[in-house]
Design a protein around this ligand. Structure first.
Ligand SMILES: [Zn+2]
Length: 335
């Protein structure tokens, strides 16, 4: 296979490639059902005719894949390496992942140390095309004063930049630039879709600001399983506390758990959440020991395939905003 010539791809090989990628896509990932691609037939059914081949994009995880799908529209076929409800921190690359990268015209990664496994995987795949770092240019967040007593392997940069809608707008801009460069004939379409999607991100950001502005600053304290919400916290002036570091990989010490239990009690923190990607037991233990009630699920590092509330990035952020705001609002509190 002439993998050094990713474009143009003959339609027949395109179909083969889809068959390879099918296993990943069948996991029910949301991207092709994203809001920018509504009414579109499933991608695998749409490529058999004389239509020009689509740009084959691999994104490292579902949130990125959804952003790519919204900007790419029907010009792009995107597959995530780490599927819905899965944890990219602890992903073990598979031969199928290497094959997907080898067949890609473009690879989109988050960067900021989020995908600790990606460089090795790209090298193993033989891929020599462009690697787009979607987070390039965002205002990077360093470790907060809270927590992280024990180290993890990502240094002190928080990789979860997509948890800020303002940052996601930058991601979208970077993705549009990269798609336009890879497929200049359709550059206008990429920029038009990016602008339309950007307006939706901005509208949600403004709605979130208004929602949280109505909650007294002293009430804005939340407990979650791992430090995935630093950017969300900064955007809306909310204090997130977590027994673990930026990666789900790190262990919570008994001391950190005890400290959080005390904090939940003394500060009467009502908003305690589990996450879709990680084991809920640690947060359940915190809730049990502190007497707090679990407020619900927040979506941190992945879209959900089975939970309708986070099929797309916009749904995910809208849900997180609503869930946190409700838990923090005195009127919404159950206890
Ligand atoms: Zn994470």
């Amino acid at each position: 296979m002439g993998s050094t010539h990713p474009l143009p791809v003959p339609a027949r090989r395109d179909a083969l490639r889809l068959a390879i990628g099918g296993a990943l896509l069948l996991a029910g990932c949301g991207p092709s059902a994203g809001p920018g691609t509504e009414g579109k037939a499933p991608a695998s059914a749409a490529t058999s005719g004389a239509v020009p081949p689509k740009l084959q994009v691999v994104a490292t995880f579902t949130i990125l894949a959804d952003l790519v799908a919204n900007v790419g529209g029907d010009r792009v076929e995107v597959q995530p390496l780490v599927g819905p409800d899965s944890d990219a921190h602890v992903f073990s690359p598979t031969p199928a992942a290497a094959r997907a990268i080898a067949g890609a015209s473009l690879v989109v990664v988050n960067g900021l140390g989020f995908e600790g496994w990606i460089d090795k995987l790209i090298a193993a795949s033989g891929y020599r095309g462009t690697v787009v770092v979607a987070s390039e240019g965002v205002d990077v967040l360093k470790a907060t004063p809270h927590g992280h007593a024990h180290g993890h392997d990502h240094g002190d940069v928080d990789p979860h930049a997509w948890q800020s809608l303002a940052n996601a707008r930058r991601y979208v801009q970077n993705i549009a630039t990269a798609l336009a460069a890879a497929d200049p004939a359709h550059a206008d379409g990429y920029h038009t879709r990016a602008a339309a999607y950007d307006a939706r991100l901005q509208a949600l950001d403004e709605r979130a600001r208004a929602r949280f502005a109505a909650i007294p600053a002293a009430e804005r304290r939340v407990i979650v399983g791992h430090d995935a919400f630093g950017y969300f916290a900064r955007a809306y002036a909310i204090d997130f506390h977590s027994p673990r570091g930026f990666s789900t990989n790190s262990e919570a010490s008994a001391r950190d758990v005890a400290r959080l239990v005390r904090q939940i009690r003394t500060q009467r923190i009502r908003a305690v959440f589990v996450e879709n990607i990680s084991d809920p037991r640690l947060v359940e233990q915190l809730a049990r020991e502190s007497g707090a009630r679990i407020g619900g699920t927040l979506f941190s590092d992945a879209l959900s395939a089975k939970d309708q509330r986070a099929l797309t990035y916009l749904d995910l952020m809208g849900h997180n905003v609503e869930e946190v705001a409700r838990a923090l609002s005195p009127a919404g509190a159950v206890n």
